[in-house]
Design a protein around this ligand. Structure first.
Ligand SMILES: *Cc1c(COP(=O)(O)O)cnc(C)c1O
Length: 313
């Protein structure tokens, strides 16, 4: 089976390396054909399902998971339906349709959209593709660590967390490459702290609401698997403000000439803000998870919202 994702560039962030007196490395998942790391896990899950005879993929997601499922389905020549909530922006619906997948607008919130997706999956040959909670997805996401292992000397991995599929993949990838001792810094925005909250509480709690602009991180509850990893290995669960995540996106655009979502800015902010948790590490590897829900206009609007120009009159 040829993989659907690409092997992404591994780049040093020279300016941050210099200013932090560390070796700061970037795994550029924003360069995946789907614009985010999600093609690794969702692509592998779709591939395995197709090999087992799937004739239709159904994915409930108005975001990067839906787009990755669409990219995978089209590449595998399997009919693909992406269900999106009414709140999903028209540009995202258009992007999914443009590559040849079907978009169905269903439900006011994701839970309703998900129920509709599950009903569709009662048809024979139809396979449900979840955004983050499946072993195939973690297995595929782990390939980003396979690509780095043995090539780069790093002492911590920094990633962001929504439902925990990326975190679970990184933890699995480290383990299967004999690097299970390497800690992970798992970053979220304060209004989407679905991992930080259960780590603090000592049990898998559900957030009452999502209040962050980083909607891609907006799962109210992480996968049980992600929570379990925090008990089996070192995971530092940290949070940053929306303003810090946006500032990291702006700085990253200037430094690396690439646009990423605030969801990705949350991970980048750990280094840009030089959070105390970084103090004990010398060679951080940041997973630049990417995301397609960003453009110059959105970045400018977030900048105005969080960093309005100071009036010097
Ligand atoms: C999906 C996604 C995340 C969060 O990943 P989870 O597996 O849900 O934790 C973070 N950033 C981007 C850009 C994403 O697409």
């Amino acid at each position: 089976m040829t993989q659907l994702h690409i092997s992404t560039p591994l780049l040093e962030h020279r300016r941050l390396s210099a200013s932090l007196s560390r070796s700061v490395w970037l795994k550029m998942e924003n360069t995946q054909p789907s614009g985010s790391f999600k093609l690794r896990g969702i692509g592998l899950m779709c591939q395995r399902a197709a090999a087992n005879g799937a004739r239709h993929f159904v994915c409930p997601s108005g975001g990067n998971a839906g787009f990755a499922a669409a990219v995978a389905g089209v590449a595998l020549h399997v009919q693909t339906t992406i269900l999106v909530p009414q709140t999903t922006h028209e540009s995202v619906r258009a992007a999914i349709r443009a590559i040849g997948a079907t978009v169905i607008v269903e439900g006011g919130v994701w839970d309703e959209t998900n129920q509709a997706a599950l009903r569709l999956c009662e048809q024979p040959g139809t396979v449900y593709i979840p955004p983050f909670d499946h072993a195939d997805i973690w297995d595929g996401n782990a390939t980003l660590i396979d690509e780095v292992a043995g090539k780069l000397d790093f002492d911590v991995v920094i990633c962001s967390v929504g439902g925990g599929g990326l975190l679970s993949g990184i933890a699995l990838g480290l383990e299967r490459n004999g690097l299970g001792h390497i800690p992970i810094i798992a970053s979220e925005t304060e209004g989407a702290a679905s991992l930080h909250a259960p780590v603090q509480a000592g049990e898998l709690v559900t957030l009452p609401a999502i209040t962050s602009i980083a909607s891609t991180l907006g799962a109210r509850k992480v996968a049980q698997q992600a929570f379990d990893w925090t008990r089996r290995r070192t995971v530092h669960a940290v949070t940053v403000s929306d303003a810090q995540a946006v500032q990291a996106c702006l700085d990253f655009a200037d430094d690396m000439l690439a646009l990423v979502e605030p969801a990705c800015g949350a991970a980048l902010a750990v280094a840009y803000q030089n959070l105390p948790v970084l103090a004990e590490y010398k060679k951080p590897l940041i997973v630049v998870c990417g995301g397609i829900a960003v453009d110059l206009g959105k970045l400018q609007a977030w900048k105005n919202q969080f960093h309005p120009a100071v009036n010097t009159d």
